[in-house]
Design a protein around this ligand. Sequence first.
Ligand code: GDP
Length: 727
Amino acid sequence: MTRPVLIEKVRNIGIIAHIDAGKTTVTERILFYSGRTYKIGEVDEGTAVMDWMAQERERGITITAAATTCEWSEHMINIVDTPGHVDFTVEVERSLRVLDGGIVLFDAVAGVQSQSETVWHQADRYHIPRISFVNKMDRVGADFWRTVGMIRDRLVARPLPIQIPLGVEEKHLGVIDLVKEVAWLFPADKDEEPVEVPLPERYGEDRDGWPEEFMAGLLKADAVTPGAGELIISSLGEARIRREELVEAVAELDDQVLISYLEGRHISDAELRKAVRRATLANVVTPVLCGSAMRNRGIQPLLDAVIDYLPAPVDVPPIKGVHPKTGETIQRQAADDEPFAALAFKIVADPYVGRLAYFRVYSGKVSQGSLVYNSTHDGRERIGRLLRMHAQRREDIQETYAGTVVAAVGLKKTVTGDTLCDKSHPIVLEAIKFPEPVISIAIEPRTKDDQDRMSETLGRLSEEDPTFRTRYDSETGQTIISGMGELHLEIIVDRMMKEYRVEANVGKPEVAYKEAITRPAKVEGRFIRQTGGHGQYGVVELEVAPRERGAGFQFVDKIIGAAIPREFISPVEQGVKEALETGVLANYPVVDVEVTLVDGSYHPVDSSELAFRMAGSMAVRQALSRAKPILLEPIMEIEVATPEQFFGDVLGDVNARRGHVTMVDQRGHMRLIRALVPLAETFGYATGLRSLTQGRATYTMEFDHYEEVPSSVAEVLLGRVRGYVRR
Ligand code: GDP
């Protein structure tokens, strides 16, 4: 077997965007023009091919990251779907992990929105080269240059416009490609080929006549869309200036272009393209393109740009990992003759083929039916089928190679973040980090039959999504599910009911509060039992101290000499950890605390691991009560875009929800409000906002940080938890 496509001709990309910027529509059009789908699905009608899960169709948002393969000018493009809703930034993060490059979409009216900022910085962290696409150029209020300015100012990036729009709003007909120096005109009918008009030499200068060739191009453009020829001519002056700016910007970054520039030579298409590619791959610039996905404008040049400017797997640094036994760092080149190494990044319960594991092959190759080694869990697994997913079909493949993204059937134990590799050349790739859930809901099955199916379904869903957890509370007999936001859990419950037909009663969402301390305290914990024969003896002296928010737990052992024998230290730590799971205020987990073991004593006969574990636990509980404990609550960042007339109401509502406004801005005829609001006050926000604004405002919400609950609120809360109100 040989590879179907050379590794240099593979692109693994993601399309990243704020919700509603048009990700689904752009993906759709890409799949259409790359020839794999034959009918354009409209998001509004809910038939988009990537949104294949039922409730994604209903809600019109894309949640799961599935990978789809398409082809464009003899290249293979794997699109790893990234979710559009902020409750799922972790999904974005995990897909970023396996991507080589990205297309970042912006709405030409809204410009850079809060979620684009979050995702942009995530992509920075993973050093992912990006091209930017300013979508919706047809909308009233669209402004390409304002968006470019925002990319520069708000994202602190270096935008490199390589196109200018040919007309805006109603008159947006196409783009001028500044690198190739051609005008692209896109007919309204998506089935018709775009018209490409090469610009003549010395365009943009005042002159009496144009060369015949150019005139013929203009006539052709006019025949497709009356007035297009005129629009092209009137854009030439700007195109000329913008190309000069582009060349100057590139010359600053690239010596080869600089030399040509200083010599006064015309910089050729190929020369400029190569230089822009180098700068993009080095993550120094982001080429900016534009168009209107909904009107089928600008998609083919976008695909060209993916090939021209985004990296192949060999253009990114080799992947690193560690040897599972020795811990030694290992590096793997993206080459077929290296040992096999892959990262599982998504597990999906597929209704047709069963458990599907998506993975990215970093090095080597693997074939159908082969045994692979899961180095994360030290187990062997057999790959049943290997599947390449296209927009509307699955293709069974025999073998897959370095640099590809595929799905496998038959991996039973592999979960998200696991490394699969060659047993004789083991490596563990860096795992994906997932945040802790901030919200939970109790659910109860309606019947006995539902009970069994519910636990099975929830288990499966949490396997697919590591930010979703499920546990059984034996005290209340309820199942508690937790996740990253109200919508996140709503969608999971929805899937459970619709896809798996489990009937259940769903409780009210509960905030995942935490506890912390505000001052240090020192106590002695004694666990001594003398009951005739063999007794129990463990005495420890502990110090607790607050740590910075988000710093987590730390255990410090300061025992000098033999006050406590070594073998009892780790039981003390274990006891401390157990005690921190339920705080002294209201049984919430205690975070951001440092516990230092300073002294203790033991008994040569009666001391045991158990005694020291108990002593550690008791000491910490006492220390916490003396360390002025406080309650922490998750704070969400909300960004609302509302028409001017509802601005006051939306602002008032944010304030009523204990919100703290951090930014107010004007974007076209929309007002933008950004605020930090306690999660506890955000329940039902979607419905509330809809009724306040007649459904005309949109918002995004995302977990930001934990913060102390104000004392007045904490009083009420603690009263409720303890069943009485303190005076
Ligand atoms: P996503 O949330 O990022 O996946 O965005 P969608 O693709 O679902 O698009 C959100 C909305 O914007 C839908 O109503 C689309 O029809 C609309 N839309 C997408 N692209 C364009 C465009 O180029 N122009 C205009 N005017 N609307 C668009």
